[in-house]
Structures are given as C-alpha cells and as structure tokens.
Design a protein around this ligand. Structure first.
Ligand SMILES: [Zn+2]
Length: 337
C-alpha cells in the first residue's frame, strides 16, 4: 500500500469522529437550523414570498401623471379623463407663500424614519415612533428581526401582519392622504418624502421591490438608508452550506445572488448620503476569506459620505481600505477582536 493511501486512511480515521461530534453537537445545540432546512421550511417560505411579492409598477399614461403641469390630452376622448386640474386660487393653504408651504409639506411628510414592510402583493410603510432610527428598539422575536413598537408582527415569510388582525391598512404612516388630496400639493411636496426621510429596511427583497415599484426619478432622490439584515446561514461558505443537504442550499433572499443584487441597487443610487447597515449573525464567519467575499459587494457603494457597517460578530478583518466603516462588537477581556 502506498504511503499516500496510508495517509488518507489515517486522515479519515482522525477526522471521522470529529465530524460526527460536530454534527451531534449541531443537532443538540442548534436543532432548529438543521431541522428547518431538512424539512424544506425554507422552500415553503420562499414559495409564499413569491406568491406575495409586489406587482411591478404600472405604466401610467401621460394624461394621468400625478405632477403638474398635466400634459394636454392628445385627443377629444381624453377631455374627461382623470387628471384634469382645478383652480385652487381660493384655497387659504395654497395662498401661502411657497416657502411657507414647503415648510408645511416637510413637517407633514419628512424628517422621519419610514419603515418599509412587505405586505400581500405590495409594500407598506410605517412611520417610526422614535425621533431617531437608532432609538427604535430592534430585537429577534424567534422568527426574524422585529421592531415591536413600530412594525407589529411578521409571519415566517417576513410578511407584515397588522396589529389586531383588522386587515391591512391603506396607509400606516399617514403619508399618502396629503399627497392624494391635490395635484399641486403632490407636486410641491413629493420630493420631501424621498429627500428628508430615512428609509428603513429589515428585508433585502423589500429594498429591491421598492426600487422596482417606485418611479426611478423618485427612488434616485433617496439620501438616507438604514438596513438591518439577519444572516441565517453563512453565505460564500460552501463547506458550511454543504451541511444543509438541500438544493439549493440557500433560498432567496438569504442567498449570495440576492445579496449582490441588493448592493448593485444601492451602488446605483446617485444621491445617497448616509447608510447604516446592521448585520446580525449569531456565530460569525468560520473563515475570514468568506467574510471578505461577503463584504466585497458593499465596496462598490462609494457615494455616501457616511457608510457604517455594524456586524454582531468578532473577527480580524477591519476593511480599512473600504468605503465603509466596519464596526464590530467591543471585545471583552480575554476575548479576541
Ligand atoms: Zn421604528
């Protein structure tokens, strides 16, 4: 028998028990993870999310444009179409100077945190009850990240569930009624909705859907993003994913493709000024090379003046040459960074 075969057998004898011990340990300490993936729970969740995904933005004909001036209808049959504007000269509110009106629109619609949530076939929004995003308490409710004071609850597929079970509200943030009341108000106020609010996301798909269901000219106005994301399993780590025994190992939005697409969307936002990202994963990365691959798509986001990436795990990578600041938990005494 050759020396290489002897070495392989010896390696197998040594590593076999270690592998068995690891699987037994993982089964005992993290049964939810092994069972969840083994029973295709991720597949059911993925399929439910597909059914509940928002519909694409409908193409609005020019005569129904929301902003003024409304184009003149090209034919007689459009004379009675929706979209005509009425004279508002008798309105006391609209008689105020433009500067005052703009202050009112901003106070009514802006300078808040807007939590974006997934609803049945559409997106929803909830205005944060805290004055600053960082003050909005974030926790793990056993299924996903949750802000109990602002969101209510979500189901296992991360679809928002209204408090009290009264069915989804038309609007939760009291943003739309003012905008829908008058085309002139809409035209003057809509920019404050996008330029002065912080848009908060807890789901990568939610952000991608938002980019597809919002007019590009509006979406590009956004300046502030706050993203919380719970990594359920190591991405860019084929060894760790091989233990899931499913194909594919990771379903969207927890896969590498969704992660990269999300950062492509963010990198293309021209007016971003501030991003705060909070990544939660309970075990950290097994290999610093996998962590570097995970951080790589974020390096393409170069426009924001402030770009913070908070991670919940320790590690050696500091990404000092990156456009973002990587912020790890403070190391305790005797614990590695
Ligand atoms: Zn909040």
């Amino acid at each position: 028998m050759s020396r290489s075969k002897v070495a392989n057998i010896a390696l197998g004898v040594l590593c076999g028990p270690i592998l068995c011990c690891w699987i037994a340990f993982a089964s005992c300490c993290c049964p939810g993870r092994l069972h969840r993936h083994g029973e295709s729970e991720d597949r059911k969740r993925f399929e439910r999310r597909q059914v509940m995904s928002p519909r694409p933005l409908a193409v609005r004909p020019p005569e129904r444009a929301l902003t003024i001036p409304v184009p003149i209808p090209p034919t007689e049959r459009h004379k009675n179409a929706r979209g005509k504007t009425l004279n508002q000269s008798r309105s006391r509110l609209l008689s105020l100077p433009l500067e005052l009106r703009q202050m009112i629109w901003r106070a009514a619609l802006g300078d808040s945190t807007i939590h974006m949530v997934l609803k049945k076939n559409k997106l929803g929004h909830l205005r944060c009850k805290e004055s600053r995003t960082v003050d909005c308490p974030l926790g793990y409710n056993g299924k996903t990240l949750s802000r109990a004071c602002c969101w209510g609850a979500v189901d296992r597929a991360n679809i928002w569930q209204p408090k009290g079970g009264n069915g989804p509200k038309h609007t939760d943030g009291n943003v739309l009624p003012l905008l829908q009341s008058c085309r002139q108000i809409y035209s003057e106020a809509i920019e404050y909705l996008y330029t002065t609010n912080c848009f908060s996301f807890y789901d990568l798909d939610c952000l991608r859907y938002f980019s597809c269901t919002t007019l590009p000219s509006r979406f590009s106005l956004i300046r502030t993003l706050d993203i919380e994301w719970c990594l359920t399993w190591p991405i860019y780590d084929p060894v760790a994913q091989s233990f899931l025994l499913t194909s594919p190992a990771l379903y969207p939005p927890h896969d590498e493709a969704t992660w990269e697409e999300t950062w492509r969307v963010i990198a293309a936002m021209p007016n971003l000024n501030f991003i705060r990202v909070s990544l939660l994963y309970f075990d950290g990365f097994r290999d610093r090379r996998c962590e570097r691959k995970m951080l790589a798509p974020m390096r393409k986001v170069t426009r924001p003046k402030v770009f913070e990436v908070h991670v919940s795990w320790h590690g050696d990578e500091h990404a000092e040459d990156a456009p973002f600041t990587l912020i790890r938990p403070v190391a305790e005494d005797g614990e590695g960074q």
